[in-house]
Design a protein around this ligand. Structure first.
Ligand code: 4BW
Length: 154
């Protein structure tokens, strides 16, 4: 019983929790904003990672940041989106994780960000960890711990 509880409470590594890069929608740093908006609308995500041609992580671009660029004095000026590049408006001040860090490191960063990018020591993009993944882990641990606690008290 005790050994089962220890197994249940093992803290997973980021490598076990992340969505791998090949399943993550992204845009390139030199893409115009109109292409980035297309990727965001088609994928259904509100923000995605920005990479350079060598797959090095550069920042995050969101629908909100793109739409802010279209605000003119009297109307939305959508034609501006072909003239502005992703690198000009992306957020490059976002935290990252490495595969070797733990779920607790991810949890701290996900308080202020809906997802956090995972990079290697060269800054290359490995994937993302999302709030959904961490919440699912906590839900699983909560239910398993509750199950063992109830077994012990009966
Ligand atoms: O297309 C979707 N499929 C599924 N299964 N869930 C989705 C999808 N779009 C949105 N959701 C749900 C998720 O629960 O809405 C939440 C908020 O989405 P967001 O932020 O505002 O687009 C999703 O929460 P989450 O899984 O914890 O993801 C947090 C954020 O991580 C998303 C998005 O910005 C990013 N993200 C998640 N999966 C991604 C991704 N970005 C690129 N590629 C992916 N595969």
């Amino acid at each position: 019983m005790v050994s089962l509880q220890k197994e249940t409470l093992r803290i997973p590594l980021v490598s076990e929790l992340m969505i791998p890069s090949e399943k993550v929608a992204h845009v390139q740093i030199s893409n115009p904003l109109e292409h980035a908006l297309l990727v965001l609308v088609k994928s259904g995500y509100s923000a995605v990672p920005v990479l350079d041609p060598s797959y090095t992580f550069q920042g995050v671009i969101s629908k909100t940041r793109i739409l802010e660029e279209t605000i003119g004095i009297e109307e939305f000026e959508m034609n501006r989106l072909s003239e502005i590049m992703v690198k000009e408006v992306m957020d490059d001040q976002v935290p990252c994780l490495t595969k070797e860090q733990t779920m607790i490191d991810a949890l701290h960063k996900l308080i202020d960000h809906p997802f956090v990018c995972v990079t290697n020591d060269k800054g290359e993009f490995d994937g993302i960890v999302t709030r959904r993944t961490i919440l699912k882990q906590f839900s699983k641990h909560y239910h398993e711990t509750l199950k063992y606690t109830m077994l012990e008290t009966t």
